[in-house]
Design a protein around this ligand. Structure first.
Ligand code: MIG
Length: 744
């Protein structure tokens, strides 16, 4: 690792891979030993990479086999160049590192566009012209465009211009900011209230490769259990055993697919985490076993606030073991949350995370399959409930956490809580992939959890916001993400609910949820017409599970987002750079949702190449803008020419039936897809128990390559449906894993 010193400011450049570079600055030439919170690997854990250093009178140049890093001798400014000598990520000023603030300014290149920034409000995809604060916050106001801080803080920006994509991760957990051309349109400045200037640059040149780099450093979502890709039903206000049973019954009676029921805070005894309400949930084990027999999994909410109640075992244990966060004066920090007077575990400590993880036994012993971690920004109210609901704040910034203070640990509170939860579940359920959901998080949270966008409203604006929000979360590394379908606060109208379910049925994380003060928002609450729309779209999701599950596999391997903005696949088409309202789901499916009331058509942009209308099979040549017809029953969907889309039978829940028959929709053109299969819920896949089948579509021929891996799907038929080919009729073949070739 070459280190350079300029006027006592030391700069360390680490070439971790040819496309992943770390830059770290220290005052007075000394690099403090410090804890990295979110990255998976220290510099020393990367395999050695070839790079050479060239020195000229003006510059020091470090060359990797993909890019060059240039350091100006006189100014110490840095810039990068690609193999075409195009400059990117160039310092606009000398980095400033004072004892209080740290900042780096980069110049914005012509045509450069900015994405990522984690979870944000606002219905734009491209995010120039604003300041983004990274400070995990329970955004207790509606998520309107002016809201800056959200529950999740991810200091990553993703830059795209033709032929050149890269990202920057600011490796600093203090409150920080990206000023993206707000103060100076030609500058992107990142700064923090503490810590170091320490950032990583991920070079593409394609967006996909940028995400691969982010995955190498910050991790990927482990493969979820297949059931977690099903529909989740939630509501704050399912208050009893009977109510949950009735809910489950309705889904099956109405044949609306559903896999998961979420238990919000009312299942607990006085909001004491890891307990059950003694009368309303008398026998949770029996309830959950009965649900399981009908194909439902149970996910329970957990809040970080532990009720300060001398008779409560979690409080007693935590006090005795000294696990709760303490104020600067050495006394345990108390704050008000749902259980009223509460204390908070210090999740930065290994032993505390282990303890918390094991506490989940009180839930898994009853059959719970997953944990929903809420309020973990952490949100702390300013006064007891008896005095009304106070403002939402957080833990004192000078409270102690491990070797540091809450000021540094705040942004990773949710991250570390999710980690405690995930790692605990892995131990408690050693052969069951568990599901975890978290409201707060930091860069790299995907290693432990899925996320959702918190308390949105039943507003058209929030249906719209969810599109760029999910895409930007995917670019930031978090692809298992969704918004509360129907909207959490306030009441969805039937039309809004139908439209939201259409798009929500294809969210990576698909959950309907609502506030205890709003109307019930289950799919059948809005009349028959809307119920049918919900059933049809959820069935579509379930038929597409083989496709979606394969995308989740790819994401677990390479960090590839499930939902992608259009530019992800068309990075040289500048018409895609601001396209916030249509998404690619995997390589092949384009969804163009309706997000306005009284609307039965919309403009859709189909980039270069050929497309097929999913519903009518009409072939459309891109690049073009079309007007798509979209009566209430229709969400416009398109398929890229050359696609092979695997699908399965209609299901009431993900593991109701094996994938048989397997259907392959093959669209004229050239393309391929790799189908991933396994048992859906154990860790066998980590030991090679999975099957990969490469499906290659070229020259009016489909090649189903020899199945690879140790998992054997059932013997089954493959139904092959050609689209846009000369041959129109469906072909059926027997599948025994051997290669097959079909001519159309
Ligand atoms: O202060 O548990 O975002 O999904 O239903 C509200 C009750 C606490 C906030 C979560 C929401 C959940 C609610 N929680």
């Amino acid at each position: 690792m070459p280190t350079f010193t300029f006027d006592r400011l030391a700069l360390a450049v680490s070439v971790l891979t040819p496309k992943l570079i770390r830059l770290r600055y220290a005052r007075n030439g000394k690099f403090a030993k410090r804890r990295a919170w979110a990255v998976t690997k220290d510099d020393s854990e990367f395999a050695p990479t070839q790079s050479d250093v060239n020195e000229t009178s003006q510059e020091i140049i470090i060359n990797t086999n993909a890019i060059s890093i240039h350091i100006q001798r006189d100014t110490s400014k840095i810039h990068f160049t690609d193999s075409q000598n195009k400059i990117f990520c160039a310092d606009d000023a000398r980095p400033s590192v004072t004892s209080v603030t740290k900042s780096v300014a980069k110049s914005v290149a012509t045509g450069e566009h900015f994405y990522g920034f984690g979870e944000r409000t606002y219905s734009s995809l491209e995010r120039s012209g604003c300041i983004y604060t990274h400070w995990a916050t329970d955004t207790a106001v509606p998520h309107t465009p002016d809201v800056d801080r959200m529950y999740v803080a991810i200091p990553i920006y993703f830059s795209v211009r033709p032929n050149l994509a890269y990202a920057v991760y600011f490796n600093n957990t203090y409150r920080s900011q990206f000023d993206v051309g707000y103060t100076d349109p030609n500058q992107i400045r990142f700064s923090a209230h503490g810590g170091e200037i320490d950032y990583y640059v991920f070079y593409g040149p394609t967006p996909r490769e940028v995400n691969e780099g982010i995955a190498q450093l910050l991790g990927t979502h482990p493969l979820p259990p297949r059931w977690a890709l099903g529909y989740h039903q939630s509501r704050w206000g399912y208050k009893s055993d009977q109510e949950i049973r009735q809910l489950a019954k309705e889904f099956r009676k109405r044949e609306i697919p559903c896999d998961v029921i979420h238990f919000d805070i009312d299942y607990m005894d006085g909001y004491r985490v890891f307990t059950w309400h003694p009368t309303r949930f008398k026998n949770p084990k029996k309830l959950i076993a009965d649900l399981r027999r009908d194909g439902f999994r149970a996910v329970t909410i957990i809040d970080p606030g532990v009720k300060a109640d001398k008779k409560y075992f979690v409080y007693q244990e935590g006090l005795k073991k000294n696990y709760f966060i303490k104020k600067r004066n050495g006394k345990v920090f108390h704050g008000y949350v749902w259980p009223d007077d509460s204390v908070f575990a210090d999740f930065t400590r290994d032993e505390v995370r282990v303890w918390w993880g094991e506490l989940q036994k009180h839930l898994t012993d009853k059959g719970v399959s997953g944990i929903w971690n809420d309020m973990n920004e952490p949100a702390v109210f300013s006064k007891p409930f008896s005095a009304g609901v106070g403002n939402t704040g957080t833990i004192d910034l000078d409270a102690k956490q491990s070797e540091t203070t809450h000021a540094e640990a705040h942004n990773v509170f949710g991250y570390n809580m999710a980690r405690a939860s995930y790692e605990g579940l892995r131990k408690l359920l050693p052969d069951e992939r568990a599901f975890t959901l978290t409201r707060s998080g930091f860069a790299g949270m995907q290693k432990f959890s899925a996320g959702w966008s918190g308390d949105n409203h039943a507003w058209w604006e929030h249906l719209e916001t969810s599109l760029p929000q999910a895409c930007n979360m995917g670019l930031s590394g978090v692809s298992f993400f969704g918004a509360d379908i129907g909207g959490f606060n306030e009441d969805a109208s039937p039309e809004l609910f139908a439209r939201w379910m259409q798009v929500g049925s294809l969210y990576p994380f698909a959950r309907g949820h609502s506030h205890t003060d709003s109307i019930y928002q289950e799919p059948w609450r809005f009349g028959e017409r809307v119920e049918k729309i919900c059933r049809d779209y959820l069935r579509l999701r379930y038929r597409l599970l083989p496709y979606l599950y394969s995308l989740f596999y790819e994401s677990s391997q390479h960090g590839t987002p499930i939902w992608r903005p259009m530019f992800y696949h068309y990075p040289n088409d500048e018409r895609t750079y601001h396209l916030h309202d249509q998404v690619m789901i995997g390589d092949s499916i384009l969804a163009a949702p309706i997000y306005k009331a009284n609307c039965d058509r919309r403009v859709v942009y189909l980039p270069q190449g050929e497309w097929f209308d999913y519903w009518t099979d009409e072939k459309i040549a891109g690049a073009t803008h079309i007007t798509a017809r979209a009566p209430l029953e229709v969400m416009p969907l398109y398929v890229r020419a050359g696609a092979v889309i695997p699908s399965g039978p209609d299901l009431n829940y993900a593991d109701e039936k094996p994938l048989s028959p397997l259907t392959l929709d093959v669209y004229a053109g050239e393309g391929e897809f790799t189908l991933y299969e396994d048992d859906g819920h154990t860790f066998g896949y980590e030991r090679g128990e999975y099957a990969l089948t490469r499906l290659e579509n070229k020259d009016s021929r489909l090649k189903i390559h020899k199945r690879e891996g140790n998992h054997a799907p059932p013997s089954r038929k493959i139904i092959i449906r050609p689209h846009g080919m000369e041959r129109k009729e469906t072909v059926e073949v027997e599948d025994d894993g051997a290669p097959i070739e079909i001519h159309f």
